[in-house]
Design a protein around this ligand. Structure first.
Ligand SMILES: Nc1nc2c(ncn2[C@@H]2O[C@H](COP(=O)(O)OP(=O)(O)OP(=O)(O)O)[C@@H](O)[C@H]2O)c(=O)[nH]1
Ligand SMILES: [Mg+2]
Length: 575
């Protein structure tokens, strides 16, 4: 399937051609039929005949646009996301202002394929027709249609229609299909309530597939895809490059409008500010600066914008520069998306460009955006991989943890960590004091030992191994030395590792506790009703100063229990 938009001056025969090609009148509004004028977008499709047995039949969808300048915004809404164009010039009138403007717009939105129909050929003689063809060719010079076939046709007599069909079939075959990037976006061009099924939106699907039951967001509302149709046929799922009607649950049709994007919420970061290139039309009679009221046309959306030229004051006609746009409402865009800029006051197309950065971080005075994701990352340093994808449209596997990290930012974090490690006390740097990113980097640093929640260079000896206080503690039995003078951090770490036990401000060696347990068990064998503190003290041969905390430790461990002045057997007394 290829989606083709018509284009061309008012009354040049676009809709007549679409009807002749498809059998469907794209002018569906009563007013359009009455006035013989297209006002809003029309849609039709056909399967082109096979011209040789080995070429596949080609499905074509048409988006028929109005040619009248007053409905230009509808034309702009129709050309976003199409694959190619059917450019129409009437042989009777030749090249006209909207021929020119439509061609510029197609060029600006990045349409790169198309053919030209020289319509109403039945109303002119061959010589005039040939002259018009030459004139049209001149106007197409330097554009994507420069080498496109120009086919004289008459929708009225059918003359030339066979050639036009053949040219369209070739166009369809030479036009690359929409790319599936796993990032579907449907710019809504129509919203209505269908009897019995509720809200329906239509649009040209690009970027990825959609399936029934997909959970999406549409104009900021959470929705579920209840049904999918394309040209009247139901689908369980449908790929990009198709005209699609979605039946949506979860939203009323009055809550949606043309210009809303239907997308997966997690894949996009709708923005009210983006940096972009702007190419100013050469035919414009004035420079473009921040003065003026502008509207940007993106996808099927029209959004009022304020504009700031980056790096200079204004852009001259025919030049390309950088701009920052401030949007009146959020729009789901990605770098690479095209837009058309019109000046609302003068009602003229100013130019258009390509989105470069959907969430600029540098102030306008410093920003020099480009499309390179690495530049974008460098300005931010750290980005979660999902965020990176939503901002750039490109997947990158995380550099570290769940982040994609700019090389300079990573180096800076590593350097900072090494400095902190170097400054840390002998026990090491407390890992809990680091933030999540630093912890992730720490885990990748070579030659670092993490022990007991502290990180230190692996070559640095464990300061607790052969620590003099631990040696003294081991030698002291149940009457340990005072820990005054021992580093508090090291002492805490000894206790944390179980190398020492602290009770009531006294620090014991684990062997001292073992000795106390043995003493208590022995006493209880002799005094089944319990023993006194004095007996305990004497049994261990120590003073009350150490006996009391040891007894408390045994109570805490359930070895003994206190009853009045006595200690009796606890639930954990060994046999
Ligand atoms: N004789 C003749 N008349 C044509 C031909 N194509 C279109 N017309 C007539 O030209 C008039 C305009 O045709 P449309 O198809 O509505 O033109 P359009 O380009 O769609 O116009 P807008 O959508 O309003 O821009 C109609 O009266 C058509 O009948 C043709 O090939 N030969
Ligand atoms: Mg029309």
């Amino acid at each position: 399937m290829r989606v083709v938009a018509t284009a061309g001056h008012v009354d040049h025969g676009k809709s007549s051609l679409v009807r002749a090609l498809t059998g469907t009148d794209p002018d569906r509004l009563e007013e359009e039929r009455r006035r013989g004028l297209t006002i809003d977008l029309g849609f039709a499709h056909t399967t082109l005949p096979v011209d040789t047995p080995d070429t596949p039949a080609t499905d074509l969808s048409f988006v028929d646009v109005p040619g009248h300048v007053r409905f230009l915004r509808n034309m702009l809404a129709g050309v976003g996301g199409v694959d190619a164009c059917l450019f129409v010039v009437a042989a009777t009138e030749g090249w006209k202002p909207q021929s020119e403007e439509h061609l510029r717009i197609l060029q600006l939105v990045g349409v790169a394929h198309g053919i030209v129909a020289l319509t109403k050929a039945d109303l002119v003689d061959d010589e005039w027709c040939a002259l018009q063809e030459l004139d049209v060719r001149d106007h197409l010079a330097g554009t994507f249609l420069a080498d496109a076939p120009i086919v004289p046709v008459s929708a009225t007599t059918g003359a030339g229609m066979h050639h036009l069909r053949t040219a369209l079939a070739r166009l369809a075959r030479s036009t690359p299909g929409a790319v599936d990037r796993g990032r579907p976006r449907l710019w809504v061009d129509r919203v209505f309530a269908a009897k019995g099924s509720g809200t329906v939106v239509t649009g040209t699907l690009t970027g990825g597939r959609l399936a029934v039951d997909d959970l999406l967001t549409a104009g900021g509302h959470d929705v579920r895809v209840r049904g999918i149709q394309s040209h009247g046929l139901r689908h369980e799922a449908i790929g990009p490059g198709n005209r699609v009607a979605l039946n949506l649950a979860g939203v009323d049709h009055t809550e949606l409008r043309r210009g809303d994007a239907v997308v997966r919420a997690e894949q996009w970061r709708p923005t009210q500010r983006f940096d972009a290139t702007l190419t100013v039309l050469a035919a414009l009679s004035h420079t473009v600066s921040r003065r003026g009221a502008y509207a940007a046309y993106i996808g099927s959306d029209e959004v009022p914008v304020r504009l700031r030229v980056l790096g200079r004051e204004s852009l001259a006609p025919g030049s390309t520069g950088l701009v920052r746009l401030h949007l009146a409402h959020p729009v789901a865009v990605l770098p690479g998306d095209r837009f058309v800029l019109r000046e609302s006051g003068r009602d003229e197309t100013v130019g258009g460009g390509e989105v470069l950065d959907v969430a600029p971080v540098l102030p306008a005075s410093k920003a020099r955006p480009d499309r390179d994701p690495s530049r974008m990352l460098a300005e931010r340093g750290w980005l979660e991989a999902a965020e990176f994808a939503a901002l750039t449209g490109e997947e990158r596997s995380p550099t570290i943890g769940r982040w994609v990290v700019a090389p300079e930012a990573l180096a800076a974090t590593e350097e900072g960590l090494r400095a902190r490690l170097a400054d840390a006390p002998a026990l090491g740097l407390e890992v809990a004091a680091l933030d999540e990113r630093e912890r992730a980097v720490l885990a990748t640093l070579p030659g670092i030992t993490v022990e007991g929640g502290r990180a230190r260079p692996a070559e640095q000896r464990d300061p607790l191994a052969d620590h003099p206080f631990l040696i003294a503690l081991a030698a002291a039995g149940a009457a340990p030395p005072d820990p005054a003078g021992v580093d508090r951090g090291q002492l805490r770490e000894m206790v944390r590792r179980g190398l020492a036990i602290e009770r009531d401000g006294i620090v014991f060696h684990p062997a001292a506790i073992e000795a106390a347990v043995t003493a208590a068990a022995a006493l209880l064998r002799r005094h089944a009703d319990g023993f006194t503190m004095a007996q305990f003290r004497d049994e261990l041969g120590i003073t009350r100063k150490h006996a009391l905390p040891l007894a408390n430790e045994l109570d805490a461990r359930g070895i003994t229990r206190r009853r009045g002045d006595l200690r009796i057997a606890g639930p954990r007394l060994p046999d």
